[in-house]
Structures are given as structure tokens and as C-alpha cells.
Design a protein around this ligand. Sequence first.
Ligand SMILES: [Zn+2]
Length: 160
Amino acid sequence: MAALTQVARSMPYSTGGNLSNLRPEARADLMRIGLRSGHAVGVYQTTEGAHNDPRHNGTSANHPEWNSASLSGLGVDVNQIDGVDIGSYANANPEAAGLVESVKNAAESVSGVRTVLGPSGHTKSNQYGGARTGRSFSGSLKDQHQSHFHITFYRATERN
Ligand SMILES: [Zn+2]
């Protein structure tokens, strides 16, 4: 019974994002993040909205030269964990700090996760399963991501 409860709590859920628009490899990795953290992530955007990272819907709002339909369905924005709001613009929710840390650590441990950009930092791996390094995290980029995690995934053809 405890195991079943654990799996259910780890299931990603939608707070507005259409999870069926994610590629299967991205959905599987989102599940891994849930299982490894023991927490369920609430996704408010997958392919919805305008983003700079083309891994949401294949287009970049600020770098059209990055546009590629082959990257669509490989990004999520997570604004809740276990039903707790992560924060608002420029203000992380202190009551979510432990949940945020758990999800960050779990996401950074998954080989197929490329970028993890959330309230406490920004890291990116150099390739599938590769070394992860800290990236720029200040100003408006930091302020924007106090309200959510932006997590992206490698597509199947990038995994070998
Ligand atoms: Zn995003």
C-alpha cells in the first residue's frame, strides 16, 4: 500500500499544460523526476505560450534562428510541487524550499534532463548523461524563475 501511494504522489500532473504534447522520452523522464524526488510536479506549460527555449514548442521568441520543429515537446514549466506553489515573480515561496530542493536534485540526476532552471539555480548538461555545469543565473532570468522550474529534455535521437 505504501508503495502505491508513493507512485501516485510521484505522478506529474497538469496545472494547465497539456502533458500529452510531450514526447514519450520527456514524459518518461518527468516520471523519473517524480519517482526519485518522491514528489509530484505540476506542469503549467509544455508547448503552450511563447518561450525563448525552442524545446517547448519548436520556436524561440528571441532567437528565431534556433527554431526547429524537432525540438517541440521537450520542455516543461513546473509551477507547483505536491500542490504547493513554488513562488511568484522574483519571490520564491519559502514554504516550498524543501520541495524545490528535492525536485532540483532529482532532475539534475536524470541522464535525459538537459536544462534545470529554477528558484535556486540554473544548470545544464553538455550532452545526454554528461557533466552538468552551472550557468548564468541573475537579474530577470533569476526573477522569472522564482515562480517556476524550466526543465528540458534530450530527444530520443540525442540519446546514445
Ligand atoms: Zn520554460
